[in-house]
Design a protein around this ligand. Structure first.
Ligand code: MBD
Ligand code: FE
Length: 322
């Protein structure tokens, strides 16, 4: 360790010496615009830090020009295939942002409530709005019927009527409508307004886990570092109501082989509800079904708005149908 550390320090010094051999004086300040009056001061600091850290990485690992240019090509391909958000999840950035949110809430004394976990890159704005209950599966796909229901409450246990439960999940092949054009727009996506008791309910089909596109740049990097690109089966939620902090979360389907091996690091113990398989013929008939179905009961606890903690509404680019 001492050796590593001194090697590292030695290399940092090497970088400074190397930069001084440049004919350009104050090279780092010029790269990041710090020697210019215009521009965003915070962005200058961040660009300078990131570029400097990458210079150090190149020096420390003696990165070859061929390796460097392959990384540039990689980023180009990543953008062209629109997988930036996918890689951000796979490299743990999105989970890391969650950890920072959690910590800020802890420091502000906010405790309890349903834990957050990552949004992921596959939400679609403006899913159809329904009151109280909804059916999410609108395409003729055969899958095990899922009934999910519960209540939205505040952290004191009071029901939150007229909250919006925005729910989205994959089909039985792990694909998300809109992004997977074999599905109709908004299949397996709805916004459900909770009733006067804060309750929501939906009928859908059990999702399969998600796998990164096998020929895409995200999977290519994961494979190159010996990782898989799979997520356990899950259902996403935004839960929001006026005067409350927006909750971004997911539930995982227990029993999935990737439950504790999610490539996006989103699993949390409190987000693995009990899953009941109902094979009672009377229950099937009552629900208009002729086969067994799965039931999940899950309540959400959301926090009241608090000025002392950063807002949980995350601003990021989102897909929008037509
Ligand atoms: C998903 O369905 C997902 O939720 C995440 C985080 C990344 C890729 C696909
Ligand atoms: Fe997902």
């Amino acid at each position: 360790m001492t050796n590593n550390l001194s090697q590292h320090m030695g290399r940092a010094a090497v970088i400074d010496d190397l930069l001084k051999t440049s004919p350009i004086p104050n090279l780092m300040d010029r790269i990041s615009g710090l020697d210019q009056p215009g521009g965003d001061p915070r962005l200058k600091q961040i660009v300078g830090r990131v570029v400097g850290d990458l210079f150090k990485t190149i020096e420390e690992f003696d990165v070859t020009p061929a390796e460097f240019w392959s990384a540039v090509s990689y980023l180009t391909a990543l953008g062209q295939s629109n997988e930036g958000g996918l890689l951000a999840a796979g490299l743990g950035f999105e989970h890391f942002l969650d950890l920072r949110f959690d910590e800020k809430e802890r420091q502000a004394g906010l405790a309890g409530g349903t834990p957050r976990t990552i949004e992921g890159p596959l939400w679609l704005a403006d899913a159809p709005m329904e009151k109280g209950s909804a059916r999410l599966d609108q395409d003729p796909e055969v899958g095990e019927v899922l009934f999910m229901h519960g209540q939205v409450r505040d952290t004191d246990g009071n029901p939150v009527p007229h909250a919006i439960v925005d729910v989205w999940h994959a089909n039985t092949k792990g694909g998300y409508s809109f992004f997977d054009t074999s599905q109709s727009p908004y299949n397996l996506r709805r916004q459900i307004e909770t009733d006067a008791e804060g309750r929501y309910r939906f009928r859908s089909i059990l999702p399969a886990g998600y796998g990164c596109p096998p020929d895409g740049p995200t999977q290519a990097l994961l494979t190159a570092i010996g990782r898989h690109g799979n997520r356990p089966a899950h259902v996403h939620f935004f839960v929001s109501a006026p005067g409350y902090r927006k909750l971004t979360t997911q539930i995982n389907i227990a029993g999935d082989e990737y439950l504790h091996d999610d490539f996006a690091f989103a699993t949390r113990d409190e987000l693995i509800p009990g899953v009941t398989r109902n094979e009672d013929p009377d229950a099937m008939r009552e629900n208009g079904l002729n086969g067994p179905f799965t039931e999940i009961q899950f309540d959400f606890a959301i926090h009241r708005e608090t000025a002392s903690v950063p807002d949980t509404v995350v601003v990021r680019d989102h897909a929008k149908a037509a």
